[in-house]
Ligand binder design. Structure first.
Ligand SMILES: NC(=O)c1ccc[n+]([C@@H]2O[C@H](COP(=O)([O-])OP(=O)(O)OC[C@H]3O[C@@H](n4cnc5c(N)ncnc54)[C@H](OP(=O)(O)O)[C@@H]3O)[C@@H](O)[C@H]2O)c1
Length: 303
């Protein structure tokens, strides 16, 4: 039986991805920060599929020590990992907020937490020759900008820009990992995907978080008139996880107008997500911010 981890699996895209994986006979570990919400999700999956093999584990991606504990426990309990879905995210926090480790919250949760998680789990991923690391990005990466002089947005914070930047970081990471795996001659693959626009908590939580009125209306407009369901939004991510013909370095999204809705297809990122020099710099900085140690000695060739 294959084993998968889905981060942020208690709702939205993560939940539907976990549900489909469980239906396909994969043992799924739900990485969630809230035990009650995680248990509800677990029950819903088992209710819909009585043979599902699902387990809940505590994971707060905005806290590096929680990421380390989660990975250590997983490695203790499992001999290998076939699929890691880096899905959890927070979006457009109206005020600059800091993670447990003192980093800007969206960059910390969406990018740094997943960067460390992947590094910590890599020894187990390398034990599965067909392992996939699927990182969830967004159309919003298009307005992201990595400012190496103000990576924590100390001088200039705006919630939506910080979200776009974190989603650009997700893509730079996913593509750089794909290059590293390829250069080392490994069979494991790194793939990115985005859901287009889907009705999930991430779209509807604007007013509660005090987002600016215009942006909140825009979010509501998207949610009401343009968005697909959360189950539909999960399809490109599920395709990246299980689909045939998925290759290292691919990026999937919906096939409809402006990639907002539709069936999964291979999509193109904006050019800045393909900037290899920036990807390397971001990698080095992320290593130093998280203390991540990549097990290069376990990769097939020399890196
Ligand atoms: N929905 C869209 O239209 C859309 C568009 C583009 C990209 N995306 C991407 O799709 C992915 C899933 O988002 P979604 O739309 O499904 O949103 P969602 O319903 O809000 O789900 C986000 C998940 O991430 C979890 N999470 C947030 N912070 C966390 C933390 N510190 N540690 C662990 N888990 C945490 C949430 O847990 P809690 O329930 O505890 O908050 C929730 O389970 C994200 O990467 C997002 O950027 C979504």
């Amino acid at each position: 039986m294959k084993t998968a981890i889905v981060t942020g699996a208690n709702g939205g895209i993560g939940f539907h991805t976990a549900l489909q994986l469980a239906k396909d006979g994969v043992h799924v570990v739900l990485g969630c920060r809230d035990a009650a919400r995680g248990n509800d999700a677990l029950k819903k999956i088992v209710d819909q599929h009585s043979k599902a093999s699902v387990q809940l584990a505590n994971l707060d991606l905005s806290n590096l020590s929680s990421v380390r504990s989660f990975a250590a426990k997983f490695k203790e309990d499992n001999s290998s990992l076939d699929l890691l879905v880096n899905n959890a995210a927070v979006m457009a926090l109206p005020e600059r907020t800091l993670s447990a480790d003192g980093y800007e919250m969206q960059f910390a949760t969406n990018h740094l937490g997943h960067f460390l998680l992947t590094a910590e789990l890599m020894p187990h991923l390398l034990k599965s020759s067909s392992a996939r690391i699927v990182t969830v990005s967004s159309i919003a990466h298009r307005y992201g900008k990595i400012n190496l002089n103000d990576l924590q947005a100390e001088r200039n914070y705006e919630g939506w820009s910080a979200y776009g930047t974190s989603k650009l970081a997700n893509l730079l990471f996913s593509f750089e990992l794909a290059r590293k795996l390829k250069n080392a001659g490994n069979s494991q693959i790194s793939v990115a995907a985005h859901p287009g626009v889907a009705k999930t908590n991430i779209l509807s939580s604007g007013p509660q978080m005090g987002r600016k009125v215009f942006r909140t209306y825009l979010s509501e407009f998207f949610s009401k008139y343009l968005a697909q369901t959360d189950a539909e939004g999960a399809l490109p991510i599920i395709h990246a996880c299980l689909g045939p013909g998925v290759h290292n370095g691919d990026y999937y999204g919906p096939n409809g107008f402006m990639e907002l809705t539709g069936r999964p297809k291979k999509v193109e990122s904006k050019a800045n997500a393909l900037d290899e020099k920036m990807a390397e710099k971001l990698w080095t900085i992320s290593e130093s911010l998280t203390g991540a140690k990549w097990p290069w000695e376990l990769f097939q060739g020399t890196c």
